[in-house]
Write a protein that binds this ligand. Sequence first.
Ligand code: SF4
Length: 760
Amino acid sequence: MTAGNGDSEALTQTVYRTCPLCEATCGLELRLDGGDITLVRGDRDDVFSHGYLCPKGTALKQLEADPDRLRRPQVRRGDAWSEVSWDDAFAEIERRLTPILDRHGRDAVAMYIGNPNVHNLAGQLYNRVLIQALGSGNLYSASTVDQMPKQVSAGLMFGTGLSIPIPDIDRTDHLLMLGANPFASNGSLMTAPDYPGRIRALRARGGKLVVVDPRRSKTAEEADEHLFIRPGTDAHLLFAIVHTLFAERLVSTGDVGDHVAGADEVDRLARDFAPEVVAPVCGIDADTIRRTARELAAADRAAVYARIGTCTQEFGTLASWLVDVANCLTGNLDRAGGAMFTKPATGSANTGGTPGVGRGVRFGRRHTRVRGLPELFGELPVVCLAEEIDTPGDGQVRGMITVAGNPVLSTPDAGRLDRALASLEFMVSVDIYRNETTRHADVILPPEGALARAHYDLAFYQLSIRNVANYSPPVVDLAPDEMAESEILLRLANIVAGQGASADPGALDDAVVAGLVQKAVQRTGSNVEGRDPDELLEALSSRRGPERILDLMLRTGPYGDGFGADPTGLSLAVLEEAPHGVDLGPLQPRVPEVLRTPSGKIELAPEPIVEDVARLRASLTPGRNGRMVLVGRRDLRSNNSWMHNLDVLVKGKERCTLQVHPEDAARLGLTDGGTACVRSRRGEVAVTVEVTAAIMPGVVSIPHGWGHGVDGADLSVAAGRPGVNTNLLADGDLFDPLSGNAVLNGIPVTVEPTPAPVPA
Ligand code: SF4
């Protein structure tokens, strides 16, 4: 594995690739002139997206060509940055990181994995090698700012963290959606290219979409019914729906009934959440709650789907749990048109081992040093990261590795984290930009461009509304001095493992693959169980890097060829012959085989969740958020913080605005286009006001991921339209205790007009 020689053929060619920019996995048709993209459009023959794409997809051209994108390693001395060779960069890392590990132990170096890693095959496969080599307990990711509650509830109910029921929207008649705006996001924890088209098809066939959201989002505008809800009260509403199902004898668990445990306990818990009790808390009247429950139960095929707004709140795990409780109690879990389980081609934790039973999930195997919050799925809540850096004592974090992350813009209490990162003894970042976070790094290692890397959506095909597999090979060579991300991560792994900066990354890669093959042949029920590992390694020997591991995963996955055991099965070679992807069909019922709980049951009332209901019950106080509360929002042309440096996506009307209802604006003296000061317990921002009836009274909204233009970052376009950083307002002390997930929706704030500047 070496840096490339830049011999891209100067040919005009058309290639097909999966868009790596969001969860929808759209197929793209790209025209290339040499290594440059000259045209991007939707791949009409893609088996999943059928030609759909959004404005972000076409911006791949600008992203690849962005002059601010780093192309060679950067080293910082004081405030001055200089380009260095790869060897010098790794030597610097070894020189400065190794002593921290030697003197203070493994936990002294933390790692933060940003959201783009889930869109990135090399990141998915090789971050875990680096994590293992580092051996630090201080592992953090974007998961605890957006989705951990869903993983926790899925783990407790079904046995693995990604056993998340996915709404079968192509076959459903009724979709109840909370806290999600797929017309802007294109779907989340639910892979469905052309979500808008699928929603319109649902309605065209007579189905109904009900959206519950504190904002009348684009999705809410397209719905049959929109219910405004007070932020942070989705669990209350869902409990009232469950209450109604039991009270009106509408419960029917359908085909999964024999595999359900805990329904009586849910009935008991729901009794405190009658619609009349919940209505003044959530702002939806009792009759509407009852009707919503009845319609859900009466629909032939229905699904409840909830996303970011329900996760990023103080009752995130309870809300996530109640979504699947409602699906189950209405007989819609695991049936066509309901909420179903994907079976991904590369396998997952719920396709291996003994079908129908497992070890379940365990949390809290370690705790954060300062606040004592428990570990979840191997990582710690990111609300604790800043204090782990800036609180002196044994185990203090002194060094940091970030991979494709910008936590200064995307995690709570951003001001404190910003200062904490500046105090580190050493920081290395793998990133294509010098952004608000990586400006604190001492070394930045930029990976190769999107066209020079293999792509396969390992994560999102586990959450897809159809079973699909689509592989995109690299279509250009590495440019001179460019290095593949897989090699960067392996070299870092060699350094932190004490092997040295010059150790052969290829040898580590070989060892990784040998270990994976060994596991595959030893796994009970595997399609290569008991086979000779050397035979499999020989069959994989023509490939290297991410492709070799991907081939192994496909061949040993649920549709795999088993290295010859099933000649019609999947392998990477099969996908290479299918540039528009392979459709493996609609989702199929998987209960009980999908379950990995110790009981072999769907656990409707897991103990940690039952215990947390007392906290929800205690919150049944009308108007308890007496002040204004802040929520986020998503924009079609934005994806968290990292696509704001592309003029094609940020031009036009300002999007980082404070949305406020006309009644509140009048009461507070705010004017459309004026400036407001928004203040929380943690900080304040001054932001442009947008007065709109699309937001409910008492709630204001600012999109997250903005706040550019700070010293030391090098994002010239973003600096021209900086917006404000809402995470300066988010409070690290506010989190969902079961998941450690940050509260980013429902932050108490005060809002007042900012006085106009006095003329000089
Ligand atoms: S919806 Fe997502 S995957 Fe599809 S083109 Fe847009 S950014 Fe890419």
